[in-house]
Design a protein around this ligand. Structure first.
Ligand code: SF4
Length: 401
């Protein structure tokens, strides 16, 4: 694996985001549902946008007041599909309910076909200062296969509109490994993407999620993404993006120095984040919880005056330590030492991973040195048992409570 010589964030720089307060807002509306998508989205439901926004505002009002937010992330779905006035109402409600910290990062996800000059200015003046485009590819044949509604030219225009409107922080998502894609077209996509000088690029392998139209097509005989090809394309991304001055700071994320996504850094540092909207996930006070996924059921629950939480899990003690490794090992800077790291390195499976060069201890931190095998490391982490001393210490703590 080639690595870029771009400076990576240090362990201390990534770990400090455990102190951040963040919030996620889910906007589920899309103009059509892409065949590979398994997010909580709706298409053809624009008549319910106003009711949904009212529900999100009510959910914010129901949630406990918190400290000023260091980052806010409007994801989806397609937030840019919705009138910016709606998004402004939600952002204003978050600012008055929790507050926004000085210099907070406020991201809006956008699709290139929605991002004309007026929408770009309205979103910027509403308070968004970072935009993340669902670009996916600069190969129009790949975009068509992915069911996208934009072409490569729209990506260039939308990024220019963002810059003209005042956005100094712009990101784009790319997808690699669509069966119609070739090495040359992926290389061309990477080169056209970096030529636009975005601050941040995320690259994801196309995955076939159960229940999606793509899954049904593949089961019916359509070509599936090939993992070996995808591994090659990932290495191409690592090389091209590194040469362009973008450093990888997480399995799928590259940025210019200082332009890492603060919201995501908070999540991976095991920091706290509130969440609003259908299907949204939060982590507050050591509890991971999520909202009702179906939009109509979410709205109904809120209109009955009840918080729309559909599941929760206490993440403390050993579970908290496993969770710290699970989220933190996605980062290039890995995780600081701790009982979970000792446990992993002490198992046979951990030893095999280290011997195979998949994980290593660098500058005192456990890091995944072959990021494409992060899922394998995660499997080992989830299988770990607490060391004996840890169990005894927990029992002592419980007795003295
Ligand atoms: S635009 Fe994004 S969120 Fe909407 S259906 Fe397509 S992939 Fe899913």
């Amino acid at each position: 694996m080639m690595t870029s010589d771009v400076r990576h964030l240090s362990g201390a720089e990534v770990d400090r985001h455990v102190e951040d307060a963040a919030a996620y807002v889910h906007i589920p509306f899309c103009s059509a549902v892409c065949p590979y998508c398994d997010f909580a989205v709706v298409a053809g439901a624009d008549d319910r946008i106003g009711r949904y926004v009212d529900a999100v505002l009510a959910e914010i009002a129901m949630s406990p007041r918190w400290r000023p937010l260091d980052s806010v992330y409007f994801g989806g779905g397609t937030p840019s599909h919705v009138d910016p006035a709606h998004l402004r109402r939600i952002l204003d409600a978050l600012a008055s309910h929790h507050g926004l910290a000085n210099g907070s990062e406020v991201t809006v996800e956008a699709n290139p076909e929605d991002f004309g000059p007026q929408r770009a200015s309205e979103l910027f003046s509403a308070g968004f200062n970072r935009v993340s485009f669902g670009a996916q590819s600069f190969d129009d044949a790949v975009l068509a296969r992915l069911g996208r509604r934009h072409d490569a030219g729209d990506i260039e225009v939308s990024l220019a509109n963002a810059r003209s409107a005042g956005f100094q922080n712009a990101s784009m998502d790319l997808i690699f490994g669509t069966p119609v894609e070739r090495n040359e077209s992926w290389m061309a996509t990477l080169r056209r993407a970096v030529a636009l000088e975005p601050d941040h690029i995320s690259c994801y392998a196309l995955t076939v999620e159960p229940g999606t139209p793509l899954h049904r097509d593949v089961k019916a005989g359509a070509p599936a993404p090939d993992p070996d090809t995808q591994a090659d394309r990932y290495e191409m991304a690592e090389r091209i993006l590194g040469e362009a001055g973008l450093g990888r700071y997480e399995v799928s994320n590259w940025s210019r120095p200082g332009r890492e996504c603060r919201y995501n850094l908070t999540v991976w540092a095991q920091g706290e984040y509130e969440a609003y909207g259908n299907g949204a996930h939060r982590f507050v006070d050591g509890v991971r919880s999520h909202n009702i996924r179906r939009m109509d059921a979410y709205i109904d629950r809120i209109e009955q005056g009840v918080r729309p939480i559909s599941g929760s899990e206490l993440v403390r003690g050993w579970d908290g330590e496993i969770d710290r490794l699970f989220v933190g090992l996605r980062r290039s800077a890995g995780v600081r030492p701790g009982p979970g790291v000792d446990a992993l390195l002490g198992t046979r499976g951990g030893g095999v991973l280290r011997h195979a060069g998949v994980i290593d201890v660098l500058e005192g931190r456990l890091v995944v040195t072959r990021p494409l095998l992060t899922d394998e490391v995660h499997r080992q982490v989830l299988d770990l048992s607490p060391p004996q001393g840890w169990v005894e210490a927990l029992e002592r703590d419980n007795l003295s409570d």
